[in-house]
Design a protein around this ligand. Structure first.
Ligand SMILES: [Zn+2]
Length: 234
């Protein structure tokens, strides 16, 4: 992978349809860059790929180093090289969106990747607990999440932004995953407040997409469920 090219496996719509039994291996994802987001087979926890390491963010905010052979039904990754670094406060998640929008005049319809490091005064994170039956839709799992809060914690947030109106393709800018500096806790960020963090950003105009060839993917309707996506991205 070249710097700031994006590799994506599967489509958000497929995940929304519950296509998550199999996928690529952790070692394959790890060969596609140094940071990323995703989920594991049966949507068992959130995936965070940071500094070349793949972690599984499990229920109750616990963190496990993923095994090379673990299956990933959906992920997006990049070999991130910052093009712009800003120090800024975050009063909420919308400030992240604003920083991405303020990157430059020509990124509106491009993909963006980012990384935020520093001390977070407040974080509210969730982790999805995994499917209870094959094909259970992600929108339904969103209602059965484990939610934790953190105060005055040092760590890293990784995020990607698919251009708006590509909603069923990949993750939105407000979809971000957090891990503590000691790599012992983390989750999908619902709320964030920080007085002074460092946000590194880059735009991406090259996106490599690999699609599943499974029966499940073949049968997926791939119709964008706006309300469902909103629930999951939240
Ligand atoms: Zn997530």
């Amino acid at each position: 992978m070249e710097d700031n090219h994006i590799y994506q496996y599967s489509l958000l719509n497929a995940l929304m349809d519950g296509v998550c039994e199999t996928g690529i291996s952790v070692s394959k994802l790890a060969s596609k860059g140094n940071q990323g987001l995703g989920t594991f087979a049966r949507m068992n926890g959130e995936l965070l790929f940071v500094d070349g390491m793949v972690y599984q963010l499990e229920g109750e905010g616990k963190v496990r180093e993923a095994d090379d052979s673990d299956q990933i039904p959906f992920a997006v990754s990049t070999r991130f090289v910052a093009q712009q670094t800003r120090a800024l406060p975050l009063k909420d998640k919308e400030d992240i969106e604003s920083a991405l929008n303020g990157f430059n005049d020509h990124a509106a319809n491009l993909f963006m990747t980012y990384r935020i490091d520093g001390r977070f005064e407040f974080l509210k994170c969730r982790t999805v607990r995994g499917q209870e039956y094959k094909g259970q839709p992600l929108a339904e799992l969103g209602k059965k999440q484990s939610v934790e809060t953190y105060e005055n914690v040092d760590g890293t947030i990784i995020g990607f932004r698919t251009p708006k109106n590509w909603q069923g393709f990949g993750v939105a800018g407000e979809h971000l995953h957090f891990i503590t500096k000691d790599r012992k806790a983390g989750g999908h960020v619902l709320e964030v407040t920080a007085q002074n963090i460092e946000m590194q950003m880059a735009v991406a105009s090259n996106v490599h997409v690999e699609l599943p060839t499974s029966d499940d993917f073949n049968a997926a309707k791939l119709v964008t469920d706006d309300a469902g996506v909103k629930e999951v991205e939240g």
